[in-house]
Design a protein around this ligand. Sequence first.
Ligand code: GLN
Length: 336
Amino acid sequence: MGNQGEIELIKSPIQGFIADLHHRYQHLQDGVVANYIPELAKVNPKLFSIAIATVNGDVYAVGDVDHLFTIQSISKVFVYGQALADRGRDYMLTRVGVEPTGDAFNSIILDEQSKRPHNPMVNAGAIATTSLIKGNDPTERLNRLLDMYRRYIGHDVFVDISVFTSERSTGHRNRAMAHLMLNFGMIDAQIEPVLDLYFQQCAVMVNCRDLAVMAATLANKGVNPLTQETAVDSGCIKDILSVMYTCGMYNFAGEWAYKVGIPAKSGVSGGIIAVVPGQMGIAVFSPPLDSRGNSVRGVKVCEELSQEFGLHLFDCSSRFWDKLGMIAAPTFRNGN
Ligand code: GLN
């Protein structure tokens, strides 16, 4: 484990379990690092970290937890939350649907009738969502997103310029989607500044522990459990978690809901976040991806965590808190 920064990592059955998971899966060689964004292809496939942050503010982490990587598609969750806060739910629904596609994250398909992108967790929907972030000019919009990330994580973040420019110069497929949506009036802003903001939101640097805290903030009704700062209005949480649950893992979303059973989101740089409402945020980072663009080790780790601690939302036991020797947190599933 690297430098522990300002967060104290604590020993517990959770720490022991994630250390064991890390040990067991670090030798798994399956999957391929994303290379369609040239800069991402340079990453070391052996990097691997797991972090859990609870709504009580405890953080457990193992592996390369300080390694910084670009957040990529995991950004879609948080930017969707910001757009919901900026525009309101009803307006958002006129621009971006909430239906899973069953297609790949980068498919160029819009809803036949409404011409909306299917949901905000695939590229087309995320680009439309980014176009709805409020701000007077590109700098203000970027600063609003950077400040949003800061609230979720608890410290300032920055955009990796080399990944941003790498994607901007090669992201023709995303550019094509943006033009298609412009054609149907689903985007009314200028295309290039929207794409720039989308590529920038994807190129924000985070580490695995940051992602766990961001996920825990969603689990904690939008309040960062370490800083107590509100990152997003609690009224948006249900909408955000719903689309994560049904659409967050792309064309693996159904199987994920069946096996793991908690809202989640993955990104091509190898991150996965998962949110156990009222309890905790989970993050895994491991760059090699499966054919659907989800981290191979990340999926395995989340499957085991869900199994071991009874995290599936439709599992009525509270094994996680039992294992910690605690009664369930008061917010757990009773909405208080
Ligand atoms: N920036 C990436 C893209 O638009 C994000 C995709 C992802 O992480 N799945 O292609």
